[in-house]
Design a protein around this ligand. Sequence first.
Ligand SMILES: [Zn+2]
Length: 439
Amino acid sequence: MNRKWVCNLLADFSHPPWTKSLDRVVYMSIGKGGEEQIPFHAYVQPNDTCTVKAHHNATFWSFSRFPEEIQLHILAMCPASTLFQLMHTSSKLRIEASKQFWANPNVYFYVLEKWLMDKAYQGDTLWDVSFLAQVQNVEVGYSLDIDERIYRQQNGRVEIESNLADIFWASLKDRIPNVKRVILNQHSGTRKMGDVLLAMQLLVEASPPGVECSILITEEKQTSESTPWNTDTFQRCLIQPKEQGVWEKRKPGKFRETVLPPPKKFEGPVGRFMELLYQFGWKIPPQRSGLLLLMVEALDRHHFDMGQHEPFSCPFSSCTAYFSNGGEWTIHAAEKHYHDWEKLPEYLPNSSAGTDLRERIQALDRKRREVREQFQKIRDAWRTSHEARRREMKYSMIEQLANDPSWETEEKGEKHWVWEEFLRAVSIVKVGIWSSVML
Ligand SMILES: [Zn+2]
């Protein structure tokens, strides 16, 4: 991981007093700046303290006797999981619960900039596109490595490709018609910020009326002296347009959550193959990285949670740091050992929390092996088949790509990206994501 993303890790961590359970689901993608992302199924999963199902009848009976104004007030305080349950179980509260669920200003649903730039075809994403129709707050993952498409430098000036900006906003309004807030979150790429920020600002200026748009970037602090190992020199900034030509820069709020939309239904021969890509691209690696965050927290809590106070030394053998208070180890692990986290499983405490995390790592490793075996079966079936059988396999995929609306995109037939991805996956030369699948 690049040291500039350490500020994201610090924001991901739970710090004392710890209020969340260690058995929660955490997704974190190192390739996307190390920010925590919550899969939709975990976002709407009730936890032990907010289950309405068990006492649903009695609770609802009391609740329904309150005046409407009080009912709405109570709903506004309900967690997403409760609102989601009410949307599916209560005919009386469905509409109001749904309004509250989608309007939460601290929750943003994630899509990729590239998808919007490419006209947001259903077939170009692995998310369930119909779900996005309800969404009001959108976080757009903005990669510096592809934004050369948006802007160009000419005679020392930066110019935006207005055509692409129009496509971007038209796609967004078309797929997410209820959109009210957009954050362009720059969280990958290594190129210099200057011109890129200007390009992002031009994109914001092209936003349609009624959409509040802001930019989230990681920038070098101007006051600190940067040294190669000083992670403290980077910070996250939220930039918003004010009056004409004036931009306000401030620290982002602490409470924003990024939720990954649910995946599309993976059906048929295309679905069987693409689900593997989803598992290897969007599910297993971020779960694995999320467990590393929980491992850091588990060691801290083993020494300083639930009334314990047991100072301890840094478990990394080359380090002499000593932690006298809860939370110190967590910050230290992010700032000093972010490049060496693969060793963390060795330092898990011998406690039930440590055992649970070890079991979760093993379960994820089993899942990875299982998905890899499925991939090997598909690859071997292709490689060992005679020409006629290969033609059949190709026909079944190309036919589904042509007729299944969930895979509709601009390029058709053999030029469809899914078919090209399939050929890359089954080829002898390992490329792209498929080279890591076979490790
Ligand atoms: Zn250390």
